[in-house]
Design a binder for this molecule. Structure first.
Ligand SMILES: [Zn+2]
Length: 527
């Protein structure tokens, strides 16, 4: 079977993951990976920290920490949060890949091959320069106004409209770290990647993959294609990041967003056991199915720039099958913000609430197609009333129904029961198809089946069974429900073989239907 490589965008190591990050790419990618595993696919879920980002510089400055100290601390925190939410990196859980010499060599080799093949152009252009700090400003180092939508924006890309603003395009540029530092436009000679040269290949690619793009990111790509495609920096003047391997760019680093593809290639190799050639899992001849999960603000990078970087290698690497793009998850009606402290850390929520409930709720309410909102009380209420209570009533009814069955009982199933189980599996599978992937809808499907089966199970207590067949069918449907719920849960369905492609049996043993944990009462004892 075709191997799948599932990659949530490399998290920046300038802090831990908050609930918005989890509800965005990180948990969704893990749930999707678990779903694929439940259909028998070989899957590697991998990512690594993005240590080179300018946001590490600005966060370290804000927190008064040395940059590498912040990176090490954040990497450890992100790793723990991953573990706490139950995301398995690699075929066995190998944790986050280290950003080491092999990583840096992979990045440098990736760009050197393209430079040597004449894919980059050397340009002298203007970039904002902070005169007091004596440094060029790019990405998070510079704040100003987006030239496409006029919202406040950092350099590189606008979080709101998703449009790029490279070099001197950001309006009213100020130094993020010192807004009083006078900024001037200063000439610099760097390498760029001219995306316009890939217009034909990009257009063909997007046409072929039109069905798997969600409407909002698709709109952005159409907007970008409607104008001249931008040049992208390949190197920028700076010292924080992977040193540029080109002899004619002294004092420059590889532009951090260029690292994403070699970083992903390296992570995949590392997560698969770090043996053999680093490139092998990503080669076109290996034919992996690449699926990225990232936020809307990364469409320009992960959806366009990185695609061109793979294309520029002229057929060496596989191209992605899908970019699963999420919108922002708000907290109490406002955007999560680390700098303003308006956030809930993933680790704190996972320490407070059993992770299966966190995973299910974030999937149910995640910002798949538009911004959605997180509120802790709402989470407690909805999780309790819609998931835990009906699920556990079902578990109780099932326990009663099977309690008196003699050991070794095998129950028959009917074609009607198998038909219902098959239909539910097909409903869930539809939700996981890349063309209309929706974890929220899959979670809703699970909830509606819990309600239906709870009603069916409660009848077992009050009416005489028509026969063992009713119970057999119920057992089959319970087993189906557990399989369909298994991508969301880590603990509740642990040890249950979830094979969504298995032949439905004509005979079945009584099913153990585990109860869900409760959300701890936060009201000080009031029910
Ligand atoms: Zn904008």
């Amino acid at each position: 079977m075709r191997p799948a490589i599932i990659i949530p965008a490399t998290p920046t190591s300038n802090g831990d993951l908050h609930v918005g990050h989890l509800a965005g790419p990180y948990l969704s990618a893990d749930i999707y990976a678990r779903y694929l595993r439940a259909t028998g696919r070989p899957v590697v879920y991998t990512t690594c920290t993005d240590d080179s980002q300018s946001y590490v510089i600005t966060s370290a400055n804000r927190l008064g920490l040395p940059r590498q100290v912040l990176v090490d601390k954040s990497t450890s925190e992100i790793g723990h949060t991953y573990e706490a939410m139950g995301a398995v990196l690699g075929d066995v859980n190998r944790g986050l890949p280290p950003i080491d010499d092999t990583y840096r060599e992979t990045v440098q080799r990736f760009v050197t091959e393209l430079r040597d093949a004449g894919k980059f152009e050397k340009r002298t252009l203007k970039m904002p320069y902070a005169t007091k700090a004596e440094m060029y400003l790019y990405d998070g180092l510079v704040s100003g106004v987006c030239p496409a939508c006029y919202a406040g924006s950092c350099g590189g890309v606008c979080e709101g409209c998703g449009h790029p603003n490279n070099f001197d395009e950001l309006l009213d540029p100020r130094s993020t770290m010192d807004p009083d530092d006078p900024v001037e436009m200063r000439e610099v000679t760097i390498y760029v990647l001219p995306l316009e040269q890939y217009r034909e290949r990009l257009t063909a690619y997007y046409a072929e993959h039109a069905a798997v793009w969600r409407p909002h990111p698709k709109q952005l790509i159409d907007e970008l294609l409607a104008g001249p495609l931008p040049d992208y920096p390949v190197t920028v003047p700076g010292t924080w990041g992977v040193e540029s391997p080109f002899e004619d760019t002294p004092g420059q680093i590889v532009y951090p967003w260029i690292e994403a593809m070699p970083a992903s290639i390296y992570s995949t190799w590392w997560s698969l056991g770090a043996s053999g050639d680093v490139d092998t899992p990503w080669l076109a001849s290996t034919d992996p199915e690449l699926i990225y999960f990232h936020g809307f603000d990364n469409v320009c990078h992960w959806g366009v720039l990185d695609l061109v970087l793979l294309m520029a290698h002229d057929g060496r690497y596989a191209l992605p099958s899908a970019n699963v793009v999420n919108e922002f998850y708000d907290l109490d009606g406002e955007k999560f913000s680390t700098s303003r402290g308006h956030l809930v850390w993933g680790a704190d929520l996972l320490a407070d609430v059993p992770r299966d409930l966190v995973r299910f709720y974030l999937a149910l309410t995640g910002p798949e197609f538009q911004r959605t909102n997180f509120n802790r009380s709402t989470m407690d209420h909805i999780t309790t009333t819609r998931l835990v209570r009906p699920w556990n009533e079902l578990a109780e009814a099932v326990e009663k129904a099977v309690a008196d069955l003699p050991a070794g009982t095998v129950l028959p199933t009917t074609e009607r029961g198998r038909g219902r189980a098959r239909a539910v599996i097909e409903r869930v599978k539809l939700c996981f198809r890349l063309e209309h992937l929706s974890l929220g809808r899959a979670a809703e499907t699970v909830l509606s089946q819990v309600g239906r089966l709870r009603a069916a199970a409660s009848l077992l207590d009050t009416v005489e069974l028509d026969g063992a067949e009713d119970l057999g069918d119920l057992m089959l449907e319970l087993r189906t429900l557990l399989a369909c719920a298994s991508p969301f849960f880590v603990d509740t369905t642990a040890g249950i073989t979830a094979d969504l492609d298995a032949e439905l049996p004509h005979e079945i043993a009584p099913v153990r239907f585990p109860a869900l944990p409760l959300i701890p009462d936060r009201s000080g004892g009031q029910p």
